[in-house]
Design a protein around this ligand. Structure first.
Ligand code: FAD
Ligand code: FES
Length: 247
């Protein structure tokens, strides 16, 4: 785990509210595993305060890639950081990473949640496993990471609620085409996890999000309920067995 200044090499608007951030951070890039995240200091001033959590979406040699959506003050400040500037970065964080058992893996990303699964896809493929991404959003505008999936040559299925791109419906509809031999990994909004909990028979892993202050287990601000009591998303997670978490 390192706290360092990283150079912003790309901060590019992709589509809708989605941006792609590329940071030169060799020591973090080298030590990252799928499921881990970083805490970024999104502003040089004290407004907004604190750091924000982002999944390590990809690692390219000495660089890490982050896909982020502008939703509030912090991410708005982040979108204004220029290429060539430095940014404080803390990570890689999270002890709970994705297990990789099984030969066939379905990776379900709801909106920007896909960013929590992209590195996993690359790691699984490297191990010779079959990987299919299922990527869903309200409309085409919310599927800004399709370019990454295409560029990386992954097999993928798209869902939009309004039918503007891919299949019309929710990503949870995909299970009618896949039997329970597939291992499922998911990242997205809480409503998606609740729906997935209702689908039985599959081995599933959830990468959870929760509001974080410290990012390394100290403040207890990010806890979730599990069968074994409260656990910290930033420390014991962010990846949990779906059977373990209680929503
Ligand atoms: C482990 C982890 C990984 C994440 N990875 C990514 C990522 O790869 N890309 C990305 O775009 N975002 C990711 N997030 C969410 C990201 O941290 C928040 O969107 C960001 O902190 C919002 O900051 P803000 O100041 O812009 O918004 P705020 O002004 O703080 O909040 C704006 C709105 O977003 C909601 N919100 C804020 N933080 C969260 C959160 N953690 N979970 C759910 N809702 C939140 C608030 O309730 C509010 O409605 C991740 C969060 C966690 C915990
Ligand atoms: S964010 Fe502080 S304990 Fe998790």
């Amino acid at each position: 785990m390192k706290d360092l200044l990283a150079k912003v090499e790309r901060n590019q608007h992709l589509r809708g509210r989605l941006y792609l951030l590329e940071l030169f951070a060799p020591s973090i890039a080298r030590g990252s595993r799928a499921g881990q995240f970083v805490m970024l200091k999104v502003s040089k001033s004290l407004d907004p305060m604190g750091r924000r959590a982002f999944a390590i979406a990809d690692v390219r040699e000495d660089r890490i890639l982050i896909f982020y959506e502008v939703v509030g003050k912090g991410t708005h400040a982040l979108s204004n950081i220029r290429e060539g500037e430095d940014i404080y970065l803390f990570g890689p964080l999270g002890k709970g990473v994705f297990p990789k058992e099984g030969d066939r893996h379905l990776l379900l990303g709801g909106g920007v949640g896909l960013a929590g699964l992209t590195l996993l896809g690359k790691e699984l493929r490297k191990e010779g496993k079959r990987v299919i991404f299922v990527y869903g959003g309200k409309s085409e505008e919310h599927l800004g990471m399709e370019g990454w999936l295409k560029e990386e040559g992954f097999e993928y299925i798209l869902y939009t609620e309004d039918g503007s791109r891919g299949r019309k419906g929710l990503i949870t509809d995909v299970f009618k085409d896949f039997d329970t031999s597939w291992t499922v990994h998911a990242c997205g909004p809480k409503a998606m996890f609740r729906a997935l909990k209702g689908i039985k028979g599959y081995k599933m892993y959830f990468s959870l999000e929760s509001r974080m202050a410290c990012g390394w287990g100290v403040c207890l601000g990010c806890v979730v309920r599990t069968k074994e009591g409260y656990k910290r998303v930033c420390y014991e997670g962010p990846v949990f067995d779906s059977e373990e978490v209680i929503f």
